[in-house]
Design a protein around this ligand. Sequence first.
Ligand SMILES: Nc1nc2c(ncn2[C@@H]2O[C@H](COP(=O)(O)OP(=O)(O)OP(=O)(O)O)[C@@H](O)[C@H]2O)c(=O)[nH]1
Length: 295
Amino acid sequence: MENTISGKKFHIQWFPGHMTKAKRMMEANLKLVDVVVELLDARIPRSSANPMLQQLIGAKQKIVVLNKTDMADPERTQAWLSYFKKNSFTALEVDCQKGKGVKALVSAIQKAGEPTLEKWRKKGVRNRSIRVMIVGIPNVGKSTLINRLLGKNKAAAQNKPGVTRGPQWVILGKGLELLDTPGVLWPKFDNPETGFCLAVTGAIREEVFDQETAVHILVQRLLKLYPQELSASYRIELAPEDTVETVEEKIARARGCLKAGGVLDMNKTIQMILRDFKTGKLGSFTLEAPPREEA
Ligand SMILES: Nc1nc2c(ncn2[C@@H]2O[C@H](COP(=O)(O)OP(=O)(O)OP(=O)(O)O)[C@@H](O)[C@H]2O)c(=O)[nH]1
């Protein structure tokens, strides 16, 4: 993929090959479940969704869950939840790291599974559990959510895309059974904007995109959306004549990113900004607004 975004060329070296196996496995597993929980990154609800999922799950019940809300703009999270609800989706917010919203999710799954149970009851089956599966793009927090639902550290959660494996059903209690293996949705790169959002939030490995360009676009975006927060976070004064480059230099100076001889170390600065954004240290930012708001 190569294209321009905000006047800058943004290229992602993406080889979808290794996602094919994950996709096949997910398709097979989807057939086994009653309720699908689609986990999205609250900072990029559009880019972290894969529209193909809807085709794959057909008429099955789906719950949209915005995760990492601790790192997202609360106002935009509410706007996205309203948007999903208006479009007839059950939508919730969670912070899987702290376990916020997980109880409400369990209730929502029980509610979503009720029509299936009703069908089974009509056939005379009384003790059938609701079968659930979590799906989402790499690094969105699937394993962390499974751990939260299990209440113990069973599935391995690591901050590296593509590490979740090992299928089996686990009993959650409350009439719920969870597929231990989440469905890994392949990231979509239908436009450079999506690629950029996936890159700066950690859904794709840093080796496959140009960090400098990604950070330039990120700083440009933050200057537009969250200038006060950016200025407060790095303790820099912003001026009307500032450009992305001058702002990055101010950040380098404020953070003492210097090479020998007092020269600004822009490489180090770029990596620091990217890390600060990814980990939420920079602030609670959401890069995408729901469709109607943007009009
Ligand atoms: N701040 C924050 N971090 C989170 C949250 N949920 C998950 N994380 C972090 O995000 C990273 C990825 O989480 P995982 O649970 O491994 O994600 P995954 O979707 O299973 O990842 P893959 O195995 O790559 O598909 C980890 O460092 C988690 O600690 C959250 O709500 N807030």
